[in-house]
Design a protein around this ligand. Sequence first.
Ligand code: NDP
Length: 452
Amino acid sequence: MDIQVNAQEKINSFMAGLKRRNPGETEFQQAVQEVVTHIIPFIEDKPLYQEMQILERLCEPDRVVIFRVCWEDDKGRIRTQRGYRVQHNNSIGPYKGGLRFHHSVNQSILKFLAFEQTFKNSLTGLPMGGAKGGSDFNPKDKSDNEVMRFCQSFMTELTRHIGQNKDVPAGDIGVGAREIGYLFGQHKRLSNEFTGILTGKGMEYGGSPIRVEATGYGAVYMMEEMLKLRNQQLEGKTCLISGSGNVAQYATEKCIQLGAKVVTMSDSSGFMHDPDGIDQEKLEYIVDLKTNRRGRISDFAKEYGVEFYPDKRPWGIPCDLAFPCATQNELNAEQATTLVKNGCMGVSEGANMPTDLEGIRIFQQANTLFAPSKAANAGGVAVSGLEMSQNSARITWKEEELQNLLQGIMQDIHESCVEYGRESKDRINYLKGANIAGFTKVANAMLAYGVV
Ligand code: NDP
C-alpha cells in the first residue's frame, strides 16, 4: 500500500481511538491531532517505537489530579472551585509547566497544555518533563485578600503533589507575580522548607533575571531567526500583537527594541489599533494598566486617542508579522486567510495553540513563516529551567548571562525545527520540525525505561 495512504489511515484510526477515550475534550484532541499528523509518518519505518506503543503511551497523561478548593470571599461567603494538576510525562526530567487561573479552565484545556508542554520542554534541551495545572477561579474581579485566600487553599492540596525533584509549577494566564508569591508563601509555611518548588518567583525570594520577559522575548527571537533564513529582519516591519498580558507585553518590548512597529494589542474585550506604533512610553502605560491597575486595553485607547474595536481580534489590520499572544484558538482559517491576503509573511505563536488546525493549514499552503507555540514560546519555560538550576545551586546568574542563554536556546530550537522540518530549499515546516525534534528525545528516554 502507498506509504502516505497507509499513514493517513493510521492517523485516522489513532485519532478515532483517542476521541473515544477522551470524549468532549476538544482542545486535547486538537493538540494531539497536530502532533500525530507528523509523528505517525515519522515512525512508519521505526518499528521499535511502534512495538513499544510509544505514541499511545505519550498521549495518556501519567496522572490527572483533581481536587476541591474552598475559600471565603470578602463578604464571608464560602466559595468552591475546582483545582487540577495534569502530570503528563516525566521521562526527561521533573514535571514542569504553569498554573492557569481562568473561568474557562477545564480538564481538556489542561490536558492539551500539559501534552504540548512535554514536547516544548524537550525542545529546550533542558531536563524537564511536561505538566500543567490550574483552576476555574477567576482572579480578575477579586480583591488581593480574596486572591491570597484562594491561593493558600489551592496550595494546601497541591503541596502534596509537587517538589523540586518531582513537579515544579509556574505561572500562566491569571497567575503572575502576585499569585506566585501567595502560592510560594503557603508552600513554605506548610513544608517548613525554602526550596525552588515554583518558578517565576520574585527576585527577593529565588527568582531569576529575565524570567518575566523570557516568553515574549523568545517568541520575537524565533521570528528573527526565521526571517534571517529569508534574508529579512524585524527592523521596519509592522506587527500585530494580540493580548496585553505577560507574553504580549514583552513581545512588544522586544519588537520595539529591534526596530519593528507594533500597532495592536488586545484583551478579552477587544483590540486597539495605534497606527503610529506603540513606543516604550506607551508600553509602560500598558504594563502598569494591566499588571498594577488591572485595567482594560480600552482605557489605553481612550488615553491615547486611538481606535478600540470591542469584541474583535486584530487580524484584519494589514501587517508584515503577527504574534498571537493571548490564548488558544484565537486565530482561525478566515483570519489566517485575511492575514495572508494582507501580506503577512510570518507568524510566531506567543500563546499556546492560538491558531486552529485550519488556520495552520492556510499559513502552510501560503508558505508563510509559521513558528508553532511549542517552539516559539519555549523561552519562558527555558528560563524557568535555568531558575531551577540557580535555586539548586543557591546562586543568581547575571542578567546578561541569562539573556545570552535565552537567545542561544531559541537559536537551537530554530535549528532543530529546520533540521527535522525542511521540506525543500525554501520551505520549512516548523510545526513538523518541532513535533519530531520534541518527540525524539522523550521517546528515546521512554524506550530506555522499558514498559513503565
Ligand atoms: P496573562 O494572564 O498575563 O495575559 C493573558 C492575555 O490574554 C490578557 O490580555 C487576556 O485578556 C487575554 N486573554 C485571555 N483569555 C482570552 C480570551 N479568551 N480571548 C481574548 N483574550 C484573552 O497570560 P500570559 O501572557 O502569561 O499568557 C498568554 C498566553 O501565553 C497563554 O496561551 C499562555 O498559555 C501562553 N504562555 C505563557 C507563558 C508565560 O511565561 N507566561 C509561557 C508559555 C506560554 P484579559 O486581561 O481581558 O483577561
